[in-house]
Write a protein that binds this ligand. Structure first.
Ligand code: FAD
Ligand code: NAP
Length: 303
């Protein structure tokens, strides 16, 4: 029986583990991949206080390192179902059932797909959702980045390290990304823009060769040659396993109060998976600290 099981070892989950373990609780940190979460997919983090610039994987390592010495059990597994019977919560993975007094859901978010013809067929054959993972395979290519948010703009700038040109296609005529990132993109000679337009189809035989584009204002369709397409059109919550618990909103984000409490006593949610305005490493870490402290209070009062 654990005092708390934390599902997901992104920045939110790792911080919750740090706080809960420092309260001398028996803590399991359950992760289905490598610790770090989405930080593993970003090259440069420039807005985490204390570091002018640090790579995502390096920051992930720094957050994970101290946990073992604090006695946090790092378990490998993918959670498929959660049950709660009275005060005890059960966590079902592919091959075991774990019991815990409290549960912290920190499963984050996952890149959304466009849903256009060719996207799935050419996935990993020119279609990518991770510039840090795949960018170096596209040396001297003409690349397309889809989206107008922080991810699209930041990763487009990163891709100019390898690519001949990088074109950002956005469905409006104004970017959503932070102004600082926008300025970097506008100042980069390798970056071009296609405004007011959406991708209708990604074409290619063995690899991506071109993209069909529709101008949403004029309805005009045109074909453009690209060697790779990087898609950054937002995030969906990773909360499928929690859908029957009645703690999510219509879009699947988990609803909490300021103490990270969900509608179920003893179950908390933190980080990107939570319904919130700003999804960042700093806010994930803040949520984790609050939940790590809250589970201690809950256990003291209820067990
Ligand atoms: P995540 O980082 O998503 O971690 C969730 C973890 O849960 C994952 O490791 C996942 O494997 C695990 N998990 C999911 N489901 C299960 C399951 N069923 N069972 C077991 N484990 C599970 N933010 C910044 O502040 N600065 C930046 O520069 C920045 N750059 C970014 C660049 C990109 C390309 C992206 C995609 C995001 C960026 N962000 C940045 C956002 C930031 O990475 C996220 O806000 C942050 O990682 C959220 O942390 P989290 O712990 O809530 O979730
Ligand atoms: P996001 O902010 O939701 O932006 C998604 C972008 O994709 C928007 O520009 C949106 O257009 C566009 N889009 C959505 N659906 C589309 C579709 N079907 N077709 C075409 N375009 C579509 O997502 P994100 O950029 O991945 O960022 C996610 C979170 O991570 C944010 O909280 C962000 O701040 C954070 N993040 C932070 C940093 C950083 O701090 N440096 C870096 C990366 C990510 P509209 O603008 O028209 O809605």
């Amino acid at each position: 029986m654990y005092d708390t099981i934390i599902i997901g070892a992104g920045p939110a989950g790792m911080t919750a583990a740090l706080y809960a373990a420092r309260s001398n609780l028996k803590v399991a940190l359950l992760e289905r991949g490598i610790p770090g979460g989405q930080m593993n997919n970003t090259s440069d983090i420039e807005n985490y206080p204390g570091y002018a610039n640090i790579s995502g994987p390096e920051l992930a390592e720094k957050m994970f390192e101290p946990l073992e010495n604090l006695g946090v059990e790092h378990l490998f597994g993918s959670v498929e179902k959660i049950e709660h019977q009275g005060a005890i919560k059960k966590v079902f993975t592919e091959d075991e059932v774990l019991e815990t007094k409290t549960l912290i859901i920190a499963t984050g978010a996952f890149h959304r797909h466009l849903g256009v013809p060719g996207e799935e067929e050419l996935n990993s054959r020119g279609v990518s959702y991770c510039a840090v993972c795949d960018g170096a395979f596209f040396r001297d290519e003409d690349l397309l980045v889809v989206g107008g948010g922080d991810s699209a703009v930041e990763e487009a700038v990163f891709l100019t390290r390898f690519a001949k040109t990088v074109t950002i296609i956005h469905r409006r005529d104004e970017l959503r990304a932070q102004k600082l990132l926008q300025e970097r993109a506008f100042a980069n000679e390798k970056i071009h823009f296609i405004w007011d337009s959406v991708v209708k189809e990604i074409k290619g035989d063995k690899r991506v060769s071109s993209v069909m584009v529709e101008n949403v204002k004029t309805g005009e369709i045109s074909e453009h040659e690209f060697g790779g397409v990087f898609i950054y059109v937002g995030l969906d919550p990773v909360s499928e396993f929690a859908k029957d618990l009645g703690i999510t909103n219509e879009a699947g984000w988990i609803v909490t109060d300021n103490h990270m409490k969900t509608a179920i006593s003893g179950i908390y949610a933190i980080g990107d998976v939570r319904e919130k305005d700003l999804r960042q490493v700093t806010t994930a870490v803040g949520d984790g600290a609050v939940a790590g402290q809250e589970v201690y209070k809950y256990i003291t009062e209820n067990f």
